[in-house]
Design a protein around this ligand. Sequence first.
Ligand code: GDP
Length: 296
Amino acid sequence: MVLQDLGRRINAAVTDLTRSPNLDEKQFDSMLKEISNALVEADVNIKLVATLRTSIKRTVNFKDLPPSTNKKRLIQKAVYDELVKLVDPHAEPFKPRKGKPNVIMFVGLQGSGKTTSCTKLARWYQARGFKACLVCADTFRAGAFDQLKQNATKAKIPYYGSLTQTDPVIVAREGVEKFKKERFDLIIVDTSGRHQQEKELFAEMSQIQAAVSPDQTIMVLDATIGQAAEAQSRAFKDTADFGAIIITKTDGAAAGGGAISAVAATHTPIVFIGTGEHLLDLDRFDPRAFVSKLLG
Ligand code: GDP
């Protein structure tokens, strides 16, 4: 199910209810059921959906509503607020400041969109006056450095990497040191991903993290991975303790409920979402704006 369909279904459930001339509790319950089904089908964690349902019920408290209450508005607001809560962990993400080196390290599985998102983020900050650069610490995948080089060249972003050095920790350290000396504001370190959460990957991630002491670690999550997102993000959190999430491929065929559930599981804010394959396809994530757009 695509994200727009999820929004459409939730909207339709609320609209059907608010159009009804004699709004009763049975109708309210069936609206809640329809919203819950839509969220579960979009891969939002079933426990989170149950919590959302209970909270809306508690906030509206249908039975005890005085007859004069504007029930429709109350219900609409409760649904909106609970959806915002679902994607808002109330944690402030790190904000880079100009004039000092801010190091951001990316982690995530191979194919999640890490390298693409690194370049998008560097360009995003570059467009806002940051002196940004990229370090390729992925020595695992053949062609990783070439890909980063191509992306960086296209975006006119300075980069560092090595075709001969096989130790990613050394490359990461050298790259970050070089760019710090050159007074870059934003140094983004791309790390290797594997197909699974292998031991070696996690060991490598924590060594790189120790070597470059990032101000922020960002986990990249593919919106299409569904329910697996939660377990995956917990596993990454245990090792790399990321402070923010970027969800990629939100333009694709998945509603991204799994990725949204990862936010709640790890209490970590989504900072950006990837909306396509191109360099400019990156949007800042704002929970309220996201839910407003979702509901149209
Ligand atoms: P990495 O292995 O994690 O570094 O992943 P890549 O950056 O190489 O991305 C894997 C694939 O996903 C590439 O074909 C990218 O073009 C594509 N991709 C990354 N982000 C997005 C996005 O937001 N939307 C779409 N449609 N494709 C994306």
